[in-house]
Design a protein around this ligand. Structure first.
Ligand code: 5GP
Ligand code: MN
Length: 334
């Protein structure tokens, strides 16, 4: 894969471009994609952003979000946008399977593929890109890419808002280890460009419906289990809970972090029965590697301290498999 600096000549003449991200995008996937979108349209390119699936309502405020095509619900429009593209940007993922039903189409595309990402163990097959696992967020990498290309004059308020949203969420509001001086310097630069951070925080964190908080209370009280001998906490959410509280995409985001706030807990798992499959989210503190854990046991991956996976077994069986996996890792969890 050639370095991201080498895309400069490709951007000199107008191109047909698609930007895409991982399925069920979070604020970093959406924020980095839309930041790149606002940059590339200023450079005169014809750009479409496609999400493999729908995205949470709490991201709809993002500038440009209303133009994002959902590959599942607006498939005809997405296929039309993909026709004849010259550049495909893949943001916040590094393996095509993470685009779910889009993956077979992306594989077949005869165009230049560019990855901008910060997850571990990237797949081959990208022509250009940056894969920096030390970056706080993909949004930060988009910011750095714009600088590398000498185009910082294009960083307007829309771009600043999208980049800030991706960074604040992926760093747990600037608390994870990935938050270094460079991240704070970037935010200072974005503020110099007009960013009002409290507006973004309110849009993301103070925008939930009552049912989400009721669900949170119910889950903490009734669905949480703590295994002190393994320094692990777990929450298993049956599909009936998702129905009962009328949960929408994004409503379970952040739930797993509550488990990690228990004294002494090194690993937290949120296991949700999404009906078609069971989705697992892992978080850890310190030296327990949940990327390896997710890859080994649950067909997933991600970062050292935050990862995800899936299971096609029913919820109870998946929980059993998780507990056995934790037992196998007893020593690493001490
Ligand atoms: P979450 O628990 O929020 O879904 O995901 C945590 C982190 O792991 C995110 O950075 C996400 O992109 C990544 N991740 C989640 N599921 C998977 C998966 O199935 N495979 C890989 N490679 N990464 C995942
Ligand atoms: Mn990310």
């Amino acid at each position: 894969m050639k370095s991201i600096a080498e895309i400069k000549p490709l951007l000199e003449s107008p191109k047909k471009v698609v930007i895409t991200m991982h399925q069920k995008p979070d604020a970093d996937a959406m924020g980095s994609s839309l930041a790149l979108y606002h940059y590339l349209i200023q450079k005169g390119h014809q750009v479409t952003v496609i999400s493999p699936t729908n995205f949470p309502d709490f991201l709809k405020w993002m500038p440009g979000a209303d133009g994002v095509i959902d590959f599942e619900s607006s498939n005809d429009r997405a296929m039309e946008a993909l026709k004849g593209i010259e550049l495909l940007f893949c943001l916040d993922f590094n393996a095509l399977y993470r685009t779910k039903n889009m993956a077979p189409y992306l594989e077949k595309l005869d165009c230049i593929k560019i990855m901008i990402d910060h997850h571990l163990e990237p797949q081959p097959g990208f022509d250009y890109g940056v894969s920096d696992t030390t970056a706080s967020s993909t949004a930060q990498l988009v910011y750095e890419t714009i600088y590398i290309l000498g185009d910082e004059k294009y960083i307007n308020l829309e771009i600043a808002q999208c980049i800030y949203a991706g960074t604040v969420t992926d760093t747990g509001s600037f608390r994870f280890a990935s938050t270094n001086a460079k991240v704070h310097r970037m935010v200072a630069d974005l503020m110099d460009r007009g960013l009002k951070h409290e507006v973004i925080h309110q849009a993301i964190y103070d925008n939930f419906l009552e049912n989400r908080l009721r669900f949170l209370g119910h889950s903490l009280l009734n669905r949480m289990e703590v295994f002190y001998e393994y320094n692990t906490a777990m929450m298993a959410i049956p599909y009936t809970d998702l129905k009962r509280f009328d949960l929408q995409t994004g409503d379970t985001e952040g739930l797993v972090n509550f488990l990690l706030s228990i004294q002494g807990i090194k690993m937290a798992a949120l296991i949700i029965d999404r009906n078609v499959e069971v989705k697992l989210s892992f978080r850890s503190k310190g030296n327990f590697d949940v990327n390896t854990f997710a890859r080994k046991y649950f067909d997933g991956g991600g970062h050292f301290n935050a990862s995800g996976g899936r299971s096609t077994d029913p919820l109870e069986k998946t929980v059993g498999r998780f507990i056995r996996a934790v037992e196998e890792n007893e020593e690493l969890l001490q």
